[in-house]
Design a protein around this ligand. Structure first.
Ligand code: C2E
Ligand code: CA
Ligand code: CA
Length: 276
């Protein structure tokens, strides 16, 4: 029995090693994939809960891998963060999102902002301000039409660099959103220290909404909304999957919603039809 256990462990470890190897091979392939243009962006609408208008779109990266097919970000973003490759990859995402969003403004109609996810590694380094400033100048995208999504952990990560950089960017007019709000460390000091414009409340709170009962999630959401509004921030609820949830969120006072109810992430051309 003891020997069998040993064998099982050996297999388990071999399996883990294989996974680890595969992860590293995937990560090592990122620079070449960038050069070959294997990454692309889908966009998901952020809709006003009052009139349904698309106020913004979130850029979500995908990898069209030649052997593995289309990979979702969860399978490579974490790796890219660990290895630092998120800096060139995230830089590409930022540039591509600004480029595409600018072309939408000349396509007529009310122009939504484009919301881009930033990893800790991208914010926590000198050069972010210059990079964003250069992109805005180069693409001609007005700063108010770019939103940067950071997480609470970005703010907890380290020292003054992120705060300083985000302040300069906000002064330029760039919008700053806190992503997955309510799931990270509950230290609200950054709301005082940072020029945040929007809170994106994590979908797990929305999932608990069941009209007309008042559950804990509904009360948490209502408190987040009053906190946000007291600070002049807008609130976008994530993971809105049903009309019922959208209605409850509107009643609670949320400003915007994102989720399958309003639209799945779609390629640039499709989202453009939606914006028009
Ligand atoms: P996120 O920022 O929270 O993005 C929202 C995720 O929720 C997206 O998954 C989206 O497809 C999914 N989603 C949208 N509506 C619904 C809904 O109604 N129900 C449910 N169950 N899910 C919904 P996706 O595209 O797989 O992205 C996963 C995560 O990958 C993102 O989570 C974000 O943290 C990260 N990510 C995506 N693109 C980038 C990027 O360019 N840079 C960085 N650093 N991270 C990225
Ligand atoms: Ca996000
Ligand atoms: Ca989110």
């Amino acid at each position: 029995a003891k020997a069998a256990g040993g064998v099982r462990w050996a297999l388990y470890d071999a399996d883990r090693d294989r996974q680890e190897l595969a992860r590293h091979a995937l990560s090592a392939a990122i620079p070449a994939a960038l050069e070959r243009g294997e990454f692309y962006l889908d966009y998901q609408p952020l809709a006003s809960l009052h009139d349904g208008r698309v106020v913004g779109v979130e850029a979500l990266v995908r990898w069209r891998h030649p052997e593995l097919g289309v990979l979702r970000p969860d399978s490579f973003i974490g790796l890219a963060e660990e290895t630092g490759l998120i800096v060139p990859l995230g830089g590409w995402v930022l540039a591509e999102a600004c480029r595409q969003a600018e072309s939408w403004s000349t396509a007529g109609g009310a122009a939504p902002y484009v919301s881009v996810n930033l990893a800790v590694r991208q914010v926590d380094r000198p050069g972010l301000v210059q990079e964003v400033h250069g992109l805005l100048r180069h693409t001609g995208l007005p700063p108010e039409r770019l939103q940067l999504e950071i997480t609470e952990s970005t703010m907890m990560s380290t020292a003054a660099e992120p705060v300083r950089a985000l302040r300069v960017l906000a002064d330029l007019g760039v919008r700053i959103a806190i992503d997955d709000f309510g799931t990270g460390y509950c230290n609200l000091a950054y709301l005082r220290d940072l020029p945040v414009t929007e809170l994106k409340v994590a979908g797990e709170f929305v999932a608990g909404l069941r009209a007309p009962e008042t559950r804990a999630d509904e009360r948490i959401l209502a408190s987040l909304v009053s906190l946000a509004h007291a600070l002049d921030l807008t609130v976008t609820a994530e993971g809105v999957e049903t009309a019922g949830q959208a209605e409850r969120l509107r009643a609670i006072g949320c400003d915007a919603g994102q989720g399958w109810h309003f639209g799945r992430p779609e390629p640039a051309e499709r989202i453009l039809e939606r914006i028009r």
